[in-house]
Design a binder for this molecule. Sequence first.
Ligand SMILES: NC(=O)c1ccc[n+]([C@@H]2O[C@H](COP(=O)([O-])OP(=O)(O)OC[C@H]3O[C@@H](n4cnc5c(N)ncnc54)[C@H](O)[C@@H]3O)[C@@H](O)[C@H]2O)c1
Length: 163
Amino acid sequence: MSSLNTNLNGKVAVVTGAASGIGKQIALTLSAAGAAIAIADLNQDGANAVAEEIKQAGGKAIGVAMDVTNEEAVNQGIDKVAAEFGSVDILISNAGIQIVAPTDQFEFAKWKLMLAIHLDGAFLTTNGSRRCPGIGSSIVPSGSSHRTARLAPPAPSFWRASM
Ligand SMILES: NC(=O)c1ccc[n+]([C@@H]2O[C@H](COP(=O)([O-])OP(=O)(O)OC[C@H]3O[C@@H](n4cnc5c(N)ncnc54)[C@H](O)[C@@H]3O)[C@@H](O)[C@H]2O)c1
C-alpha cells in the first residue's frame, strides 16, 4: 500500500468500486491518512469485508451497497454515509469494468453497460455527493491512461473510449 503525505483526520471519503482492486487500495491509502471511508460497491459482501479490514487496522469504515448506474441507489448510499459520518468530503469515482473485444464483435449492450458504469456512475455519484455537507473540490473521477489510444481493432478500443 502506498502512503499519502497529507493528514485526512476528520475527513470522510466515499470510494466507489472499492470492494476490490484499485478502489480497495485507494480506500486503504485514504484510511491510513486518517479519513473515514465508505466502501461503496455493487458487491456488498466484498464492501463489508474491506470495511472490516480497515476497522481491524484501527480505521473507520462502512460498507455501502451501491450500483453507481442507479440514481436511487447512489443517493441512498450517500445518505447512509452522511448519516453515519456526518459529511462527504472526498469522492473517488472509481467503479469500473473492463470489457475487451475486437470492435467488430463488441455487443451494443456491453457498450451501454460500460458507459453506464463509467459515465453515468461519475455523474450520479458526483451529484449525489453534492447534496451532502462537506463536499468541496475533492471529487476525483478515475479513468485510464489508455483513453487516447487509437480506435483500431484488435485493441480494446471501445473500453478505452469509455474511460
Ligand atoms: N487494473 C488495471 O490495471 C487497470 C488499468 C487501467 C484501468 N483500469 C480500470 O479501473 C477500473 C477498476 O479496475 P480494477 O482492476 O480495480 O477492477 P476490479 O474489478 O478489481 O474492481 C472494480 C470494482 O468495481 C465494482 N463495480 C462494478 N460495477 C459496479 C457498479 N455498477 N456499481 C458499483 N460498483 C461496481 C466491482 O464490484 C469491483 O469491486 C476499471 O474500470 C478498470 O477497467 C484498471
